[in-house]
Design a protein around this ligand. Structure first.
Ligand SMILES: [Zn+2]
Length: 139
């Protein structure tokens, strides 16, 4: 939702609350209380959704640990997707280390031009050699 749409969305929400919840005494909530309640509910929902997703991720990791290749065939596609992503991460990490000569922002990881002291993407000040963390023997 765009910022400019929020007032009309809030106003619509206010109408829905008033029209739909007849048990609520009309006018019991003034506008600013409705806005505060709306924001509080949105935050509660968003936090619960985060916990839900984190729970699903943990569930999946434990499932893979426990059953892995012994899992029923209906899980084969998901397990293959996980194995494929793991392989891709390993390859890309190796490529990242191999990019020793390329300068990478020490904050956001974007490529830098040689000698740039500030990242054009995030503005972070760079170490004397932004890739020095890749090779502990390099100054
Ligand atoms: Zn950066």
């Amino acid at each position: 939702m765009e910022m400019k749409d929020i007032p009309s969305a809030l106003s619509k929400l206010g109408d829905d609350v008033l029209n739909g919840a007849e048990s609520l005494a009309k006018g019991a909530l003034d506008g600013s209380k409705k806005v505060a309640e709306y924001i509080k509910l949105k935050n509660t929902i968003s936090q619960a959704e985060s916990r839900l997703n984190a729970g699903y991720i943990e569930l999946g990791k434990k499932f893979e640990e426990l059953y892995g290749t012994k899992a029923a065939p209906e899980f084969a596609d998901l397990l293959a997707q996980i194995a494929d992503a793991r392989a891709q991460i390993a390859i890309s990490r190796a490529e990242l280390v191999a990019l020793d000569s390329a300068a990478i922002c020490n904050n956001c990881g974007k490529y830098l031009q040689a000698g740039q002291r500030f990242c054009p993407n995030c503005g972070a000040k760079q170490f004397s050699d932004p890739t020095s963390f890749l090779d502990p023997n390099k100054e």
